[in-house]
Write a protein that binds this ligand. Structure first.
Ligand code: 4AD
Ligand code: MG
Length: 430
């Protein structure tokens, strides 16, 4: 008999099936016993009407403690009261692996306790649902980019220099030298765009962020598309198309998971391109009205991003930031050189920046000038400068933080739940 996963059980009403999973609860009411089993795809209630006749290799039903692994054969019945619409009437229960003293009981635990037990906490239906949504976001991202002619190309993780500023680099011993974990593959993606046209990378990036916020990890995954012959405005269109595709894909394929985590999906249904755009200057004016004044040239913090995003029902682009706030490679606006052709995409509901992107400087002289202003070692970046010497063209790209977008789609308090094993300022374990 073929094994059926919980999320397929609805297609097997009236049939005898076998399922396998782990016990989340066991309770009995008189003669009838209920075993609630999760298998990673969902949670199923199994009803046992004659327990002693069917539990094969266990002395007592009391052995069906939390996380006991079981294989159950039975018949699927429709049950409108069940969260997944069906339940299983069990005819045979076999214990595959016992579980004693499971520490992550279904009661409230503190965050430190849960993170210390992350290797077990990921089994909880809520955490598993979040990780399944993460997988759907990854799938939708790759699907969108692959089907629009982007070539996946992988930049190195061990790098000789900073891409995003030297203060958040993780150094590593590289034989007799020092190298750094990549903060962003962007500079390499620019080289790859000149070789392949439209490219993207999707991999881990590392930042020695000293900030202890709900949006910062020291190891996070970033998608970095880069497009040759693409200017600032077109770059924004790609971003909004990608984000709407991701959200709509999750809505279409993760209904059970969104239900499990109790996400208000009406907040996601409106996420359809185009997204509003406001300049940094307009943002300052709106913030001043909202009682959060900033001087021109000051960077926005989380409260500013939250207030701005709260003014819209979908993500909003903030564009044309002061050049002084942004990375050395960003193209200044030719019409107004004190602002960069850069944009941050802010997610609704207080999730802040999910994408950072820009048009890149393609003029050799201007790039050298900006690198000089940033005191960058021309020897280390020599290969990057070469890109401006041999057929340099306008090009643009962006970086989308996977954990940020998953946290927003799932409506989570903290990015640590969006990645299987989070790395933060004070945690590299388990
Ligand atoms: O804005 P950032 O720093 O941009 C870059 O690294 C560019 N080189 C990307 C590019 O244009 N190719 O980072 C991009 C995104 C942010 O918008 C955010 O979503 C995410 O990466 N991010 C982080 N996510 C989790 N933890 C952190 N510490 C993050 N830092 C950035
Ligand atoms: Mg940024």
């Amino acid at each position: 008999m073929e094994m059926v996963f919980v999320n397929q059980a609805r297609e097997h009403v009236g049939e005898e099936i076998t399922m396998a999973g782990w016990v989340t609860h066991y309770r009995s009411s008189g003669k009838i016993h209920f075993v609630i089993v999760r298998d990673g795809t969902g949670v199923m209630q199994c009803v046992v009407k004659n327990p002693l006749a069917i539990l094969k290799n266990l002395d007592a039903w009391d052995g069906l403690t939390q996380e006991t692994a079981v294989r159950i054969r039975g018949t699927v019945h429709a049950d409108p009261r069940a969260p997944i619409g069906v339940e299983l009437e069990a005819e045979e229960v076999v214990v595959v692996g016992p579980s004693e003293g499971y520490p992550v009981a279904p009661k409230e635990h503190g965050v430190d306790f849960l993170m210390d037990h992350r290797h077990l906490w990921i089994r909880s239906p809520r955490q598993a649902a979040i990780l399944r949504i993460r997988a759907a976001v990854i799938h939708a991202t790759r699907d969108f980019l692959d089907s629009h002619g982007f070539v996946v190309a992988d930049p190195p993780i061990i790098t000789p220099a900073a891409a995003e500023g030297s203060t958040t680099l993780f150094p590593i011993d590289y034989f007799d030298d020092t190298a750094f974990l990549s903060q962003s593959g962007q500079l390499y993606m620019e080289a790859l765009a000149m070789a392949l046209g439209r490219v993207y990378s999707f991999g881990p990036t590392f930042r020695a962020e000293k900030s202890k916020t709900r949006r910062h990890l020291t190891e996070f995954w970033m998608v970095e598309p880069e497009l040759a012959f693409c200017e600032f405005e077109e770059n924004l269109v790609w971003q909004e198309q990608l984000v709407s595709h991701i959200v709509q894909h999750v809505l279409a394929t993760c209904a059970d998971e969104l239900h499990t985590i109790e996400r208000d999906i009406s907040r996601l249904e409106t996420i359809v391109a185009p997204f509003p755009r406001i300049t940094y200057d307009e943002a300052l004016a709106r913030l001043a009205e909202a009682g959060l004044p900033l001087d021109w040239g000051e960077d926005m913090g989380a409260p500013h991003e939250t207030a701005l995003a709260g003014m819209f029902d979908r993500p909003v682009f903030v564009t044309h930031f002061p050049v002084s706030l942004k990375a050395f490679y960003m193209q200044p606006d030719p019409a107004r050189p004190d602002v960069a052709l850069a944009a941050d995409l802010l997610a609704p509901e207080g999730y802040g920046e999910i994408i950072g992107g820009s048009e890149r400087i393609h003029d050799l002289g201007l790039l050298l000038q900006r690198m000089d202003e940033h005191h960058l070692d021309l020897a280390v970046y020599g290969w990057y400068i070469d890109l401006r010497r041999f057929g340099s063209v306008p090009h643009s790209g962006f970086g989308m933080g996977l954990e940020r977008i998953v946290a927003w789609i799932c409506g989570l308090d903290h990015v640590r739940e969006t990645i299987p094993f989070a790395r933060t300022l004070n945690r590299v374990w388990p």
